[in-house]
Structure formats: structure tokens, C-alpha cells
Write a protein that binds this ligand. Structure first.
Ligand code: AMP
Length: 190
């Protein structure tokens, strides 16, 4: 299996690049953000718990997202591999993911980070909010809170993979095709 973590701040382009990689390598995309929005849309207790935190731009508890990922891994055995998009977002999540894949005799092959400066992130998220209607993309204050959460809690996750010699990064500014080419070059060198 080829298991990849696509990493970067909100608005870096993880979702877009994940979709290309799904097509190119036949991987399954696991986006905890999409799963949480699905729970909210269905009005589940988990969705109700997550909704307020997401609207404020705060991370939801580790146990919630780890549980969702664990269920997805159990339900999708024997595929080409997974792209983790928006997960892990804390070091505790990264440790839990290592344990989950190890228990299935699998491993994370690489983390690939998309690098985009904060000014560009804010611009992209506000633009996306106009089309997507995502409440957390519409409000500059919430966007800044999400970027702060990323800097405080998520950025250290890069170190976790760097220590395992699994970290690579690409410039996340440019055309979608240029960025994809950089990502593919890393994957094909694994
Ligand atoms: P995203 O679609 O990845 O930008 O996620 C939207 C929101 O969902 C985030 O701002 C968090 O509130 C929540 N979320 C998504 N993934 C995670 C995660 N791995 N850990 C904690 N919260 C998450």
C-alpha cells in the first residue's frame, strides 16, 4: 500500500492535490474535514459536537478524528493506499495514526507539505468561501484563528515525520499542474 500524508495550512491546496492523486494512483482520500462536515449535514451527535468548534476555527478533539480515521481504515482494507488530507493535525494524532497503520502491518510512506505564505492563504480562503459557502471560510477572524491553530498545534507534526525521514515539501504557489508535478516527483522517488 502507498499511504501518504498531505500536509499544509488551511487553503494550501491539500484537497485539490488529493483529488489529482486519487485519480493518478488509485488512492482513497481520507479528509477529516469532509467527514466532519458530513456528520454535521446528517445532524449526528458527533456533528453537533464538532459544529461549534469548527465554526470558531478551533480543532475538534483528537479522539473524535482518530476514531473516524480508525473506522475508515477498517472499512477499506486491501486498496492501493490512502491519502490523509487534513489529518494528522496534532502530534497525538500522528502518533495514533502510526499505531493504527502498524496494527495493520502497514506504514506511512511520506508526508508531503504544500508551502504557502499566510497572506496568500487568507486570500484563497476568503475567495473559496464565496463559492463554497463554508462558514469557516467566510470570516477573516475565523480564518486567522484556523491559521493560528495550525501554527500552534499542527506545524509541529512536520517535525514528527522529519524525525522519521519521511518529510518533503513543495512550493504550493503556482499552477495546479506545476504543484502536482512537484508532488508526483516526490511520490515517484519513494
Ligand atoms: P478542513 O476541511 O481540513 O479545513 O477542516 C475544517 C475544520 O474541521 C477544522 O478547522 C477543524 O475544526 C476540523 N478538523 C478537520 N480535521 C481535523 C483534525 N484532524 N483534527 C482536529 N480538527 C479537525
Amino acid at each position: 500500500m502507498l499511504n501518504l500524508v498531505l500536509f499544509g495550512p488551511p487553503g494550501a491546496g491539500k484537497g485539490t492535490q488529493s483529488q489529482y492523486l486519487v485519480e493518478k494512483y488509485g488512492l482513497m482520500q481520507l479528509s477529516t474535514g469532509d467527514m466532519l462536515r458530513g456528520e454535521i449535514a446528517q445532524g449526528t451527535p458527533l456533528g453537533l459536537e464538532a459544529k461549534l468548534l469548527m465554526a470558531e476555527g478551533k480543532l475538534v478533539p483528537d479522539a473524535v478524528v482518530i476514531g473516524m480515521i480508525s473506522n475508515k481504515l477498517d472499512a477499506n482494507k486491501g486498496g492501493a493506499g490512502f491519502i490523509f488530507d487534513g489529518f494528522p493535525r496534532t502530534v497525538a494524532q500522528a502518533e495514533a495514526l502510526d499505531e493504527l497503520v502498524k496494527s495493520k502491518n502497514e506504514a506511512i510512506a511520506a508526508m508531503i507539505a504544500l508551502e504557502v505564505n499566510e497572506e496568500e492563504l487568507e486570500r484563497r480562503l476568503l475567495e473559496r468561501g464565496k463559492a463554497s459557502g463554508r462558514p469557516d471560510d467566510a470570516n477573516p477572524e475565523v480564518i486567522r484563528r484556523r491559521i493560528k491553530e495550525y501554527n500552534d498545534k499542527t506545524a509541529p507534526v512536520a517535525e514528527f515525520y522529519r524525525n522519521q525521514n519521511k518529510f518533503s515539501s513543495v512550493n504550493g504557489i503556482g499552477s495546479k499542474e506545476e504543484i502536482l508535478n512537484s508532488v508526483v516527483a516526490i511520490i515517484d522517488s519513494l
